[in-house]
Design a binder for this molecule. Structure first.
Ligand SMILES: C[C@@]1(CC(=O)O)c2cc3[nH]c(cc4nc(cc5[nH]c(cc(n2)[C@H]1CCC(=O)O)[C@@](C)(CC(=O)O)[C@@H]5CCC(=O)O)C(CC(=O)O)=C4CCC(=O)O)c(CCC(=O)O)c3CC(=O)O
Ligand SMILES: NC(=O)C1=CN([C@@H]2O[C@H](COP(=O)(O)OP(=O)(O)OC[C@H]3O[C@@H](n4cnc5c(N)ncnc54)[C@H](O)[C@@H]3O)[C@@H](O)[C@H]2O)C=CC1
Length: 198
């Protein structure tokens, strides 16, 4: 069956995220989150917290660390939770509490308990591409990211900026703008124009 997941691009600096677990996986989730969204509002709770996490958050004042065991009140005010302790039963307990509060959850290593998956991320300025393999092979998602990073030229961001300027300059109603912008960019996707270049 085809991948049924619906991708969205979250403004994680506008709501609250809880990470439980301060080990390898906690570090990985937090690093990816901050790489994409340096101002993400995150609270991380871990019985013990890796030094790398403590170092990382020094540059990110929107992250708060609590080095202690999780308790259910940690979920108060949260909209999203990433659960990554090494104890499966603990993870299930937190997942159930989060679900009962209507909070979206991701549980490390346990796709069945996830409301969403994290994807591999390609970024070129304002362009962002999220990749999912429906959980089949995160490694392939990572490799595809690397390939796209290499083949997409950095100039693609300049193109986006210019298109925005053109859109702002265009007069007329929405339908007219759509038509004009499609005309302007049609050569980018037409096989003929590529053949002509060679
Ligand atoms: C379902 C999902 C849930 C979620 O975590 O959201 C999930 C689940 C699992 N991952 C496992 C293993 C690995 N995960 C990675 C890497 C990443 N995993 C990520 C996402 C996802 N992983 C979600 C699906 C995404 C999709 O739809 O494709 C990425 C994209 C994003 C991120 O983690 O932020 C990030 C790449 C970041 C980048 O771009 O670099 C590597 C490779 C590596 O680290 O080099 C390995 C080892 C090799 C392998 O197994 O492929 C295991 C088995 C654990 C075990 O066997 O013990 C499970 C559990 C299971 O499958 O049952
Ligand atoms: N290490 C890896 O690369 C991978 C690990 N996983 C899975 O992800 C999970 C976490 O793995 P790691 O991060 O490597 O484990 P880890 O042992 O490095 O870290 C676990 C963290 O959870 C904290 N913790 C445990 N109980 C807690 C509680 N009640 N309240 C708050 N914090 C608590 C610990 O203090 C520690 O910070 C495991 O289920 C593991 O099987 C999955 C894929 C890869």
């Amino acid at each position: 069956m085809a991948n049924e997941l619906y991708p969205v691009f979250l403004k994680v600096h506008q709501f609250e995220t809880l990470i439980v677990g301060g080990g390898e996986v906690g570090l990985e989730k937090l690093s990816f989150l901050l790489k994409s969204s340096p101002q993400a509002k995150v609270t991380l709770v871990g019985k013990s917290i890796k030094e790398e996490i403590k170092t990382l958050v020094k540059a990110h004042p929107s992250v708060t660390l609590y080095e202690r065991a999780y308790f259910p009140e940690d979920l108060t005010g949260m909209q999203m939770a990433l659960i990554a302790t090494e104890d499966h039963e603990t993870n299930i307990g937190i997942q159930e509490e989060a679900k009962s509060r209507g909070i979206l959850v991701n549980v490390a290593d346990t796709p069945d308990l996830c409301d969403f998956y994290l994807g591999s991320i390609v970024t070129k300025g304002d362009l962002k591409i999220g990749i999912s393999t429906n959980g089949k092979s995160p490694t392939i998602a990572k490799r595809l990211k690397e390939t796209l990073n290499e083949v997409l030229p950095d100039e693609i961001d300049e193109l986006l900026q210019r298109m925005r300027e053109i859109r702002d300059e265009l007069k007329g109603n929405f339908g007219y703008k759509v038509k004009k912008l499609n005309q302007l960019t049609s050569s980018l996707v037409s096989k003929k124009s590529i053949d002509n270049e060679n």
